[in-house]
Design a protein around this ligand. Structure first.
Ligand code: PLP
Length: 441
């Protein structure tokens, strides 16, 4: 196994060595890949200790939606920390109340009341519990090509192969096929009818269908326009709720506030994290309709964390959403997304190893293919948990040597830059990807 990321080049420095010895990394950032020390970041760029400077074409973990220099968010956190570092959940702060109201405004339909946590996985845990307590039913249907988090409930509804070592997970989770026209034998609209049949066969036992409206780390899968409306209809026909996991697709990433807005669908429950604070603070949120909220006026919601609605985190969330609004960043994501899309199509035309490009706004994927005409992937889904470097990793590593950080998962490069990225930075990243894709051609 390589001692560090293939792109890292130099030996580990003291910080990286001590970190590797004493801090657990997440997922593949353990034995296979060593940490790289970041010493500075500004806007959509960051600098590593060995002097490398990179355009961040993936917002780190698809979360730094504002880039790194959003003074309004930094100031809001500092101001709150100086007033009160922490208050227990029986107390509130101005920002907690205002953020709850703000989320009711920016989310679609009747979503109105929010439970705060500290991460995406916790937002999903809360959603699963809410759906079970509200419907009185136990099962949750999710899809194979999905990621919903790493804690036991959310990894159990995750379909990504990383779930396998944690199986069987919590009881009552069932996986369904995906709307993945490029790599699945089922047509996306056939796959949704399959889910209809699944719910029929499960009887009246399914609490919710949980999906990412546009699948993120499992390949940037954009369903046909009719898919999500039909899925909601299927859920409701069977007395189940629709939960949209917007942890990655939310907050402007798609050129709309949320992924479900692309399809004009109002879910019953929505989960959020990442772009909620642009990653300035850890914060998760689970918002529900007023009807579901009313149920919990009468019935206790058996759930909670010490840091639910942490003052610094909700201050960051409020300032982040105000920044999206003041700087028109959702529209900007749409416009800049058009430009990024055009530049990606140029890459696709020049590189035979590009199998398919997908996406909307600043949420795009480049799926690589060993033989594009036969759709043969370079990396399989199980490669990603069993071994280190795949050809797709090498493409990303070469892009990094050429000045752009691009996340990659399984067989797809994930293009999800900060909504604030400039055209020049996009061009730098596209040139770097151009060099990277030469490796897979
Ligand atoms: N849901 C989705 C769609 C995600 O993409 C992620 C993380 O990437 C999660 C949930 C889990 O979020 P976290 O890593 O903050 O726990």
């Amino acid at each position: 196994m390589p001692e560090r990321e293939p792109s890292g080049g130099s030996e580990l420095n003291e910080t990286e060595r001590v970190d590797k010895e004493h801090v657990f990394g997440t997922w593949s950032f353990q034995k296979d890949v060593s940490p790289t020390q970041v010493v500075d970041a500004d806007g959509a760029q960051f600098t590593t200790a060995d002097g490398g400077q990179y355009v961040d074409f993936s917002s780190q973990l698809m979360c730094s939606n504002l880039g790194h220099s959003a003074d309004a968010v930094i100031d809001a956190v500092e101001e709150q920390m100086r007033k009160a570092a922490y208050v227990s959940p029986g107390y509130t702060t101005d920002a907690r109340a205002k953020l709850g109201k703000k989320l009711a405004e920016v989310t679609p339909g009747d979503l109105s009341k929010t439970f705060f946590s500290t991460s995406g996985t916790e937002a999903v845990e809360a959603a699963i519990k809410i759906a079970r307590f509200y419907t009185g039913k136990q099962k949750v249907v999710s899809r194979y090509r999905s990621y919903h988090g790493a804690t036991y409930g959310s990894i159990s509804v995750t379909g990504d192969p990383r779930r396998l070592p944690a199986e069987p997970g919590i009881p009552g989770t069932i996986k369904a096929p995906d709307p993945y026209a490029y790599g699945s034998t089922l047509d996306p609209m056939e796959s949704v009818e399959y889910i209809d049949e699944m719910l029929e066969l499960e009887g009246d036992t399914v609490a919710a269908i949980l999906v990412e409206p546009i699948v993120g780390s499992n390949g940037i899968l954009v369903p046909p326009d009719e898919y999500l409306p039909r899925l909601k209809e299927i859920a409701h026909d069977h007395g189940a709720l629709l939960i949209c996991d917007e942890v990655m697709s939310g907050f402007g990433r798609t050129g709309e506030w949320f992924g479900c807005d692309v399809f004009d669908v109002e879910p019953d429950i929505m989960t959020m994290a990442k772009g909620l604070t642009g990653a300035y603070q850890p914060l998760g949120a689970t918002i529900v309709t007023s009807e579901i909220a009313e149920h919990f006026e009468e019935n206790m919601f058996c759930h909670g964390h010490t840091y639910s609605g942490h003052p610094a985190a909700v201050a960051a969330g409020l300032a982040t959403i105000e920044t999206y609004q003041k700087e028109n960043l959702i529209d900007r994501a749409n416009e800049m997304g058009g430009y990024v899309g055009e530049r990606i199509e140029e890459l696709a035309a020049d590189h035979p190893s590009v199998g398919e490009t997908r996406g909307v706004g600043l949420f795009r994927g480049i799926e690589l293919s060993r033989r594009a005409d036969e759709r043969v992937p370079f990396g399989t889904r199980s490669d990603k948990i069993s071994s280190g470097s795949t050809v797709v990793d090498e493409v990303a590593a070469t892009a990094k040597e050429n000045g752009a950080y691009v996340a990659n998962m399984i067989n797809t490069l994930i293009i999800a830059p900060p909504l604030t990225i400039t055209k020049d930075e996009v061009d730098t990243a596209i040139d770097a990807l151009n060099a990277g894709l030469a490796v897979s051609d």
